[in-house]
Design a protein around this ligand. Structure first.
Ligand code: NI
Ligand code: MN
Length: 226
């Protein structure tokens, strides 16, 4: 599976020819200034929760691409009010068979208020179960015992998790989360963007290695194959 990193917690995968974008936050990310949001193609946009650093570019990219936005019920309603009509509302615990594979929404331990103060429902993580790979995007979350349920639903090929601390899991907790979800390959996101979440990348990589796991930290704009 092809994975492209756009900085912060924004990334895209391609499954069965469908381009799927996650948590678009590019315009306001100084580190992602070389990414042209007008060049991003998307058939789907998955939004894990309502915070600006996950939704800032959602409306613009949805309008440009005609992508279907998949998110929780409250964010779906909020987007509809802003004229984004192509949405698919979901909620924690539910799954849906899309044309590229099945996605199950799982618990994320975080918060989800929208940028204008509207109620943003509950934050979610997503498990993608496809003919190619299965993967888990945790969204912004603390380490939670609920993650131990995930191997019962899917055998994961990789997981995408925040590692920046302060707002989410730190590196040590992300290693533990990888153990809970029984996954040996983790792509780290949600680090270095702001002062609160600067990390030592070498130390992060070593922490995963010490646990027998691999941490991937693609550069912004880089596409890797998994
Ligand atoms: Ni957040
Ligand atoms: Mn965030």
């Amino acid at each position: 599976m092809k994975f492209t990193y756009y900085g912060h917690a924004t990334f895209a995968v391609e499954i069965k020819g469908k381009k799927i974008l996650f948590d678009p936050f590019i315009t306001y990310n100084e580190l992602a200034k070389d990414i042209d949001i007008n060049a991003i193609e998307a058939d789907y946009i998955f939004v894990s929760h309502g915070h600006g650093d996950h939704i800032a570019d959602c409306a613009a990219i949805a309008n440009k691409t005609g992508a279907t936005v998949v998110t929780n019920y409250e964010i779906h309603e909020w987007l509809n009010k802003q004229g984004i009509a192509k949405t698919h509302p979901m909620n924690t615990g539910g799954k849906w068979p899309f044309d590229f594979g099945t996605v199950k929404c799982v618990v994320a331990q975080h918060s989800s208020g929208l940028p204008d103060g509207s109620y943003g429902g509950n934050p979610m993580g997503f498990i993608f179960m496809t003919d190619e790979d299965n993967f888990y995007y945790s969204g912004d979350t603390a380490l939670t015992l609920d993650m131990q349920l995930i191997p019962g639903w899917a055998k994961l090929n990789f997981a995408v998790m925040p590692i920046g601390d302060n707002f989410t899991m730190d590196i040590a907790d992300a290693v533990k989360a990888a153990e809970f979800v029984q996954c040996n390959t983790v792509i780290g996101v949600h680090y270095d963007t702001f002062g609160f979440i600067k990390i030592d990348k070498a130390k992060a990589t070593q922490s995963f290695e010490a646990a027998g796991k691999k941490l991937l930290l693609p550069a912004i704009g880089e596409t890797i194959s998994l």
